[in-house]
Structure formats: C-alpha cells, structure tokens
Ligand binder design. Sequence first.
Ligand SMILES: [Fe+2]
Ligand SMILES: [Fe+2]
Length: 413
Amino acid sequence: MSLIQRFSLLCFLALTIFVILIGWTISSTMEQHMLHKAIKESADIVQQNVVKHMEPADLAQPKIGQEYNKFSEEIEHLSLGPNIFKLKFWNLDKVIVWTVIQEQVGKQFKENKHLDLAIKGQVTTEIEDSHGLHQKYHDKDDESIEPSKTLELYVPIKVKNSTQPIAVVEAYYNLDPLYDEIAIHKRIYWSRIIVGFALLYVVLFGIVFQASKRINYQNFEIKDMFFQIISTLVNALDTKSSWTKGHSQRTEQYVELIAQEMNIIGEQKQQLMLASMLHDIGKIGTYDSLLDKAGKLTKDEFEMIKLHPVQGVSILENIKQLQNALPIIRHHHERYDGSGYPDGLAGEEIPLMARILTIADCFDAMTADRPYRKALSVEQTIDELDKNKNIQFDPELVDIFIPLLEKLEGKKF
Ligand SMILES: [Fe+2]
Ligand SMILES: [Fe+2]
C-alpha cells in the first residue's frame, strides 16, 4: 500500500470513529438535557396546579358514585399544560383513588417500585412506550389517547407542615413532541459533525497528497541518481578495455529475457539486473594489459583475473541497496559441477540468480570477439551451452535459455 492509500484508509477509519463518538456523546447529552428539562417542567406543573389543590380527605378512599363525578369535574378544571394528558391518584395502600377510567378505581397494584418511592416522599419518573403501558395497566381500551412515548411522573402529595405524603399523583406526560424536537436537533448536530469531519478529511488528504507527491518525486530522483552512478561505474569499466565494451549491457539484456520467462519480479529482479550490470566491476582493479592480452593467460595471470568476483563485492559492499546483488556477483563464475570460483559451489548451492547470470554472461562472452580468439556464432555458442549442461551450467536454465535465443534469432538451432 502506498503512503497515500494507507493514510486514506487509516484517516477515514479514525475520523469515522471520532464522528461516531462525538456525535453520540453530543446527541445523548442533548437528549438527556432536554428530557431533564421536560421532567422538571412537568413536575413543577403538577406541584403547582395539582398537588396544591388537594385536601387530605380527598384522597384517602377510592372515589365512587357521585364523589367520582365531582372529583372528575375538579380535575377537568385543573390547568395541566399541553403535554400532561392523564392523571391517576393513589392512596398509601397503592389503591387507585381516581383515574379517568372509572373501572380501574379501587384496584390495587402492589408491584410498582416508582410508586413505592413516591409513597416515601420522592418524585420519581419512568419512560414507557405505549406497548409497555398497555401491558402494565391493561389500558387496552384507552389506545386513542396513548402517545408512543410517555413519561410517568409520580409526585407525592403532602399536606402543609408535614414531610410524609398522604397520597401520590401519577401524571402522564406525552413525550412525542419532545422526541420530535430531539430528533430534529440530532439531525442538525449529526449533519454538522459529519460535514465538519468530511472537510477535515479533505484538508488532511490534500496535505498528505501533496507531501506524498513530493516524496515520490524525491524518491524517483534518488533512484535515478543511483542508477546513473551504477551506469557511471559500468562505463568506467568499459573504458578499461575495448574488448569488453558493452558486455555488461548485453549480459543484462539476456538476463532480462530469462527473468521474464521465469516470472522473476520485484526486488529480486531488480537485484538480478543490478548484479548483471555490475558483475565484472571487480575487473576495475585488474591490469589493462591482462584484459587486452592477445595470447592465452598464464596461470598467475588467470589467478589474478579470478579475483574479480570477490573484488567486485569489496567495491560494492558498502552500498546498502546492493546487498542482495552481492552474492550474485560473487558467484557468477561458479560452475555447476563445483569446479568454478571463488568458492567452488556446485549445483543448487550456487544461488539461482547467479546461475542465471552465468549463462547470460558466458553466452555474451562467447559471441563477442576477444583479443585471444574470434567470436563464436550463435549456433556454435548454443552448442557449447548444450554440451556444458551439468558441467558449467544449470541444465534446466540452458533449456529455458536456448528457446529464447531461437525466438530472438528467428530460427531453430
Ligand atoms: Fe566475470
Ligand atoms: Fe562477464
């Protein structure tokens, strides 16, 4: 993944988590605040407009007959505001003293923890949806006035100078308008947060995109400079002897053919190509007279030439980017039967990349004029490659390389 792709993904994930956390925190805080305000307002209304009008004698026993009608009329005249739609009065035995559904008057509900707390003197609340209410109070006939969310407010009714309540009033507060308002506020908050973070994302992306472009350009420049330095090194070698001029570039081309055929890609291919260009760089330290000598080399002269793979590694070993190319350079004169140099490795002990380079290197050396002999024809060279399978060359690589040469030359050998 590129820098910009990684940044896009991680930044998107981080900002999405932030949006969810911040959005959730703000909207739930706002909801709690509005709900708390509504509870306080409705508790004040009940205290001011209901509790203060009650007399102790009114609420001791369930209202029946004429008393029920009279009390109903009194309730009708109370000012309850737009959202309180139903009242229910309980005595301290948890018996309904009065409610709008006359059949419920006189019924006792023992299991109600909110009512218990109100009887002890606390104002308590509970939020119910209409389904919950139906189940709890069996108010199925009363569906017409049931909102989808209801706040049940239990307010203790106390007489003057007493801390103990004489009864409890339960007020039903319609929360639907409040939740509609909360939903509108939530939509506004969420859309502002999302737009805000989207803008932040765009700005951050823009900054990182520009930075990444600059880094890519600088990387390209550094790579370009690196390859120019490599070319300069190879050119320095070429100027030593006209006989080996162009050998590194041609070897690199043959190596590339084999690499493509073997599907060698990425970093491995890059190191192979660099090694191909630089494989004889150790000859920089060899006397020009040896490179240009017309006759056969003496044993001592050949021993000097044999040092070039190790000398090449010594020249290049401080370049971090070439560390994986060094073994290829060191072993490009090993032979498959183990009689090569510098380490006498055999068969698959020789790194595969070095075995590839050996074939390409020898093919170019044989098909080029040298001071001590004339160039072999492609046909003769292919014959040599074939004869030296398992001796100098990896037989499988020879079998890969020969068809590639036939394709290159446009004929079968
Ligand atoms: Fe070499
Ligand atoms: Fe070579």
